[in-house]
Design a protein around this ligand. Structure first.
Ligand SMILES: C[S@@+](CC[C@H](N)C(=O)[O-])C[C@H]1O[C@@H](n2cnc3c(N)ncnc32)[C@H](O)[C@@H]1O
Length: 170
C-alpha cells in the first residue's frame, strides 16, 4: 500500500502498521535517543519500509509534507503539558499537522490527557471528526467515562473565504 504515513511518535503501533504492508512510513521524535531505540527495533524486526527522523513536530523540515495519515499517541499530550507557553504550542501543533497532511488525510490521536470533547475543540479548525475508536471505560461515583480518548479526524478543505473569516475573527 503506497500510503505515506507520518508518526509524531515512536511506538509499537508504527511497527504493527509496517507489518500490515504500508510502504512509506516516517517515524519522528525530537529525542535522538527515542529515534536510536526505534532504529534498533526496526533492524531487529527487519523492517525496511520505515524512515526515522529526529524532528520537532512544532518546527518540521519543509520536505515533510503530503502525508495521507498522521498518528499520534502521547505527543500532543506531552506538548500540552509543557510549562512554557503550552497554549501557543498547541496552536503550533495544529498548524504543523495541517501542513504535513493532505486534504482528506486522516489524523489518529490517542490521548490520556484530553477528553473527546476537548479534542474536538482543539482540532475544530480545519479538521472534522471521522470516527471515535473504542477505549476502556471506568465508573466512579455513579458516573462513567473513558480513561483514554482515541479519535480519527479528517482534514477538510478550508476555502479562502473561511480562511479570511478566521483571520478577521481571530
Ligand atoms: C508520552 S511519549 C509517547 C511515546 C510513544 N508514542 C508511546 O506511545 O510509547 C511522548 C513522546 O513525544 C515526544 N515529543 C514531545 N514533544 C515533541 C515534539 N515537539 N516533537 C517531536 N516529538 C516530541 C517525546 O520525546 C516522547 O517520545
Amino acid at each position: 500500500v503506497s500510503l505515506e504515513i507520518i508518526f509524531s511518535l515512536i511506538g509499537l503501533k508504527m511497527f504493527i502498521i509496517a507489518k500490515f504492508g504500508f510502504s512509506d512510513i516516517t517515524g519522528i521524535d525530537y529525542s535522538p535517543s527515542a529515534i536510536q531505540l526505534s532504529g534498533s527495533v526496526i533492524e531487529k524486526e527487519g523492517l525496511s519500509n520505515i524512515k526515522l527522523k529526529v524532528e520537532d513536530f512544532l518546527n518540521l523540515s519543509t520536505q515533510l509534507s503530503g502525508f495521507h495519515i498522521c498518528i499520534d499517541k502521547g505527543t500532543f499530550d506531552a506538548i500540552s503539558l509543557n510549562p512554557d507557553n503550552a497554549i501557543e504550542k498547541r496552536k503550533q501543533y495544529v498548524k504543523s499537522l495541517s501542513r504535513v497532511l493532505k486534504v482528506k488525510g486522516f489524523f489518529l490521536i490517542t490521548s490520556c490527557n484530553w477528553t473527546k470533547e476537548e479534542l474536538l475543540t482543539e482540532f475544530s479548525e480545519g479538521f472534522e471528526l471521522f470516527e471515535e475508536l473504542p477505549t476502556p471505560k471506568f465508573s466512579f461515583g455513579g458516573r462513567s467515562g473513558n480513561s483514554v480518548a482515541a479519535l480519527v479526524f479528517q482534514k477538510i478543505k478550508v476555502s479562502l473565504t473561511q480562511k479570511i473569516l478566521v483571520q478577521i475573527n481571530a
